[in-house]
Write a protein that binds this ligand. Structure first.
Ligand SMILES: [Fe+2]
Length: 385
């Protein structure tokens, strides 16, 4: 998020001597993206971030593709993904392409004996159920139901959950996650017509400096493999940092819906973008107020884009028998639309309490073996009169 932020102690000038009370130097690290051309931060560590003690054997977490090509409206029952103790093992990629991976997870336990770094993708972790704290060297972010945690690649983190009941919807993006360009002015500031603004962004707080030596396991993801690294110093040994590159959060409940006299197109719900996909938020809102308006969406041929909806809460007006945590995938190439009866039913309604996350990838998604396990095989017939 292009907002300058700083926590802890930093020297007045970059790349200058910055000394500990004992006279030795802190270790400066530039964390930069897209080479040196995009967002970056300068971090001051108690110790150099380079002290590797040992390397473990890498192992694959590459999604196993079950259906590479398909042309079928598909539904996945997300809450049928079984809870698992470990955070990383609980993450089940279900829909993937070369731009993004979409995963579901129901982790029971906090990460206590290892840290995680995704070096290949930015992560957006949507908190469907659960509360806790995202812990990073940049500081901590408390999270709750409805938060999108945006964790830029290269950020070492731990998830600390308050209870064992957690449901997460995770997007790994192989390009940087950004606020939509049309909502930002030439300086990056969110403009007046944006559905959210900088005040809604939760930035890291409560910098904890862990000045510790020992054996610290960091599981680093790169090119579909997890590399177990043992470092000799605690990864959260930041004395201070400043810059524009850090984890942040936005609550879906702070997304202000754009409404109109007539049905508004899906781009009004756009919240984030990556290369070749967008992420949108469908939130409770007043319905269209033209006297002859039809609040339910029209039938729609998305000829060159797949559409993924993740149902979070509320009564989704265009669908029948939708459950929390359900995913629908409407592939590009064939039309989809409201379920029978829902158009007439929507007329005269003044508002909706639906809450959902939508992802429109511009390249087709593949289904994984974990997706097939939770598929509702008859969903494609659900438009029959
Ligand atoms: Fe659509």
């Amino acid at each position: 998020m292009p907002v300058y932020h700083s926590l802890g102690a930093i020297p007045p000038k970059r790349h200058t001597q910055f000394r500990k009370p004992d006279g030795t130097l802190y270790a400066e690290e530039l964390v930069s993206t897209e080479g040196f051309s995009s967002l970056y931060s300068l971090v001051y560590h108690a110790y150099p971030p380079t002290i590797v003690k040992t390397l473990g054997e890498p192992y694959s977490v590459e999604p196993k593709i079950a259906r590479e090509k398909h042309l079928k409206h598909t539904s996945l029952i997300g809450f049928n993904v079984a809870p698992e103790d470990d955070y990383l093992q609980s993450r089940k990629p279900v829909l993937v392409n070369s731009d993004l991976h979409i995963s579901l997870a129901a982790p029971r336990n906090s990460m206590t004996d290892y840290f995680y770094k995704n070096s290949q993708a930015d992560e957006v972790v949507f908190i469907h159920e659960g509360t806790g704290t995202l812990k990073t060297g940049f500081g901590n972010i408390k999270f709750q139901y409805g938060d999108y945690l945006v964790i830029p690649r290269g950020t070492i983190y731990q998830m600390e959950f308050d209870t064992t009941a957690n449901r997460l919807f995770i997007i790994e993006s192989f390009s940087p996650i950004r606020a939509p360009k049309r909502y930002r002015n030439q300086y990056g500031q969110l403009m007046e017509h944006s559905p959210y603004c900088e005040r809604d962004i939760k930035r890291p707080q409560d910098l904890e400096t862990h000045d510790e030596h020992g054996d610290f396991k960091i599981l680093i993801k790169k090119q579909g493999l997890i590399y177990p690294y043992i470092y000799g110093t605690h990864p959260f040994d930041f004395i201070g940092w400043d810059g524009f590159h850090y984890p942040w959060a936005l609550s879906i409940h702070d997304f202000e819906p754009i409404t109109g006299r007539l049905h508004q197109p899906p781009p009004v719900h756009q919240t984030f973008e990556g290369n070749n996909f967008v992420i949108c938020s469908f939130v409770p809102r007043k319905f269209d107020y033209h006297p002859l308006s039809i609040p339910a969406p029209y039938n729609h041929s998305n000829v060159d884009s797949d559409e993924v909806l993740y149902y979070v809460d509320g009564d989704f007006m265009s669908r029948k028998s939708v459950v929390k945590g359900q995913i629908t995938l409407h592939p590009g190439g064939i039309p989809h639309g409201p379920h029978p009866g829902s158009v007439e039913k929507s007329i005269g309604k003044e508002s909706t309490d639906e809450l959902a996350v939508m992802i429109d990838p511009f390249r087709p998604l593949m289904l994984t073996e974990d997706a097939i396990k939770i598929e509702d095989e008859n969903y494609y017939k659900s438009w029959q009169m």
